[in-house]
Design a protein around this ligand. Sequence first.
Ligand code: ADP
Length: 230
Amino acid sequence: MTQVIELKGVSKRYDNAGAPALGPLDLTVAQGEALAVTGPSGSGKSTLLNLVAGLDKPTEGTVTVAGQRIDTLGEHALARYRRERVGMVFQFFNLLDDLTVADNIQLPAQLTGTARGKAAARAGELMELLGIQKHARAYPGRLSGGERQRVAVARALVNRPALLLADEPTGALDSASGQDVRRLLVDLHRSGQTIVLVTHDLALAEACASRSVHLVDGHVALDSRTEAVR
Ligand code: ADP
């Protein structure tokens, strides 16, 4: 089985006193898994996500994503890794309000040097897939929260990342929009996308994830494979 994420002996300390904020831990995520990371506030979920996203480095251990050691990369290579290999979705969408929906989605493709026509075609394909093509020329400010999160997911997928990372993707949504994003993540998992999802939303974890890792004090307290995704 191909591993998309391999953490070996990973720990992260923000200071020298006391126990590490995360780890030491070993964790692998196989291609096609949808992993929900849960746990109380301060348990290390964001730290874990940041290490996998290449936004921070471990104090000890190795982080390999899609076959590439990322803990040893310099800033330039890390920026490239983030653009090309991972897609990120955040609680508050982080869309650019001055760009249309279509341009928001295309932007990461253009930043990796994809020709404008090709980037536009890929964005069109994703808008169609996610049911937001009618908003292509709208600005994000005109859309509902659920629609904005769909745009953010399309943007995250534009470069066909090995890994989709989502940090509380339903945290800012009303329950109907939350349900909409939940369904979208289920569909992506079914299509084979590897997903790591950090969430407090147990309904989201239960609906979308094929596996759940529960962190307590920086350690894996529970690692369970769930039944087939509904
Ligand atoms: P969670 O996402 O589960 O709320 P975090 O990964 O944010 O947990 O935090 C884990 C621990 O690390 C907490 O004790 C937190 O205070 C600490 N921590 C997180 N980020 C930093 C930082 N930049 N500097 C110092 N301590 C931090």
